[in-house]
Design a protein around this ligand. Structure first.
Ligand code: CAO
Length: 433
């Protein structure tokens, strides 16, 4: 006959009100003595509570986030009369101690089954040995540690999405998936892993978690940096007349609160350039063998926000006036800084602009926002002596830095594209053509 037993929190030492961070069982599960029931975490240690009985879980009496102390009810369990074994109390594991489950063999990288060398296969992923110090210091429950060891995943390399940055099982699955995907896409570079360095040995330090935007942007930029063969073409545009016109426009529209910056002119100039050079308005398809030419003109603009870089997309720029684009720039960059952009607001771009002109600099090499094939970087305009009609004249000169995907764009076209932009920006009447 089955008996229903209450399973309580056993003696967990001096700990009181400890948080339940993981529940390893569900009603209906048949478990053996010592199978883990829940993980608890105090300020100092994470510990698993093993089952003192074999039986079938009837009801969970705690949820994740609850706090419990010795004697609190965790689960009820149907126990058969013959099941009389009992288990020891909780196994506490301080985070800085090695996890108990140490495999006989040293850990292997998650996706490292090295394929035989073949001209047609991507290179194997570089082995990334598990770093024991990083692994031990990582914030994760014993069950998650065990899971990571089973998969050979290095906890030190995984960011946790749980409470206070705790690494969850899902984070490990996502990490392993990423490594596998990168291997399948030929992303393994065969380079040595970055060594873990304790910088505090050199002086005072502070560790700051990257924001979600930083992490996501970092992943995309890294992918684009290593998969797109970049070339950056530099050029300059004489925007002396454009600047005079811009100031005049701002004066004329000041009552409507309009603020036209160089950026709106650049968007207009890009529209003309994309019409003239449609190959810049394209993407390679997934096979890399076809070019998808786009008949619409949506332009992404990099916006610097306190949480990191975002690239909202301005749709149908070819159908909008300069003032409309200027107003939209103000509205959308405000929305970006208030974290109000949706994923849809940031998708569908044909080409991007990264303008650092409001800040400074003379030139830089922007990273292509793939699958787009080009990105226009803009630095600060400066008054420069320009030799014209036999004499030097002070002119306002805008530096342009166009990075492009050399699989799609040839160097000659890169130079043609920036020359065209320069011509259009130097003579805004051409924007009408
Ligand atoms: N040369 C000289 N002055 C410039 C200029 C240029 N190329 N571009 C802008 N300026 C001036 C503007 O006219 C404005 O002057 P006033 O205050 O006198 O009007 C001032 O610099 C500030 O401009 P802004 O940055 O507020 O406006 P913007 O339209 O030029 O740019 C935005 C808007 C959202 C793109 C910008 O604020 C931004 O976030 N830039 C950073 C983008 C970035 O981080 N790129 C890097 C990506 S790769 O890491």
């Amino acid at each position: 006959m089955a008996d229903v037993k209450d399973i309580l929190v056993p003696d967990i030492g001096d700990f009181e009100s400890v948080e339940v961070i993981e529940i390893m069982v569900s009603p209906g599960d048949t478990i053996s003595v010592e199978d883990p029931l829940v993980s608890l975490e105090s300020d100092k240690a994470a510990m698993e509570i093993p089952s003192p009985q074999a039986g079938t879980i009837k009801e969970l009496k705690v949820s994740i986030g609850d706090t419990v102390s010795q004697g609190d009810l965790l689960v009820t369990m149907e126990v058969s009369e013959t099941a009389t074994e009992s288990a020891p109390a909780a196994k506490a594991e301080a985070p800085e101690q090695p996890a108990p489950a140490t495999p006989a063999e040293p850990e292997k990288p998650a996706a490292s089954a090295p394929a035989p060398a073949s001209a047609h296969r991507p290179p194997p992923v570089a082995p990334t040995p598990v770093d024991e110090i990083g692994f031990r210091k990582a914030h994760a429950s014993p069950a998650v540690r065990k899971f990571a060891r089973e998969l050979g995943a290095d906890l030190g390399q995984i960011s946790g999405s749980g409470n206070k940055g705790r690494i969850l099982k899902e984070d490990i699955t996502a990490f392993v998936k990423k490594v596998m995907t990168s291997a399948a896409a030929g992303g393994g570079l065969g380079v040595a892993p970055m060594p873990e360095i304790d910088f505090s040995q050199f002086g005072d330090i502070e560790s700051q978690a990257l924001t979600k935007i930083n992490r996501l942007t970092g992943q995309f930029l890294h992918r684009n940096w290593v998969t797109v063969p970049h070339v950056t073409q530099f050029d300059e545009a004489d925007i002396t007349e454009l600047e005079a016109f811009r100031k005049q426009l701002n004066e004329e529209h000041k009552n409507e609160g309009a603020r036209v910056t160089v950026l709106a002119f650049l968007m207009k100039a890009l529209v003309s350039a994309l019409k003239e050079y449609p190959r810049f308005n394209s993407s390679l398809d997934a096979t890399g063998e076809n070019l998808i030419l786009k008949k619409y003109i949506h332009i992404g603009v990099a916006v610097d926000t306190p949480d990191g870089l975002v690239v909202p997309v301005f749709r149908d720029c070819d159908r909008k006036s300069l003032i409309e684009l200027a107003n939209e720039l103000i509205e959308v960059s405000g929305k970006a800084r208030d974290k109000k952009l949706s994923p849809a607001d940031m998708s569908g771009g044909c080409i991007s602009i990264s303008s650092l002109g409001g800040i400074g600099g003379t030139a830089f090499t922007p990273i292509v926002n793939a699958p787009e094939v080009a990105v226009l970087g803009v630095s600060r305009a400066q008054m420069k002596p320009v030799y014209k009609d036999g004499k030097f004249e002070p002119r306002l000169v805008l530096p342009l830095s166009l990075s492009y995907d050399h699989r799609v764009i040839d160097g000659a076209d890169g130079a043609r594209f920036t020359s065209f932009l320069s011509k259009v920006l130097s003579d805004t009447r051409r924007l009408l053509l």
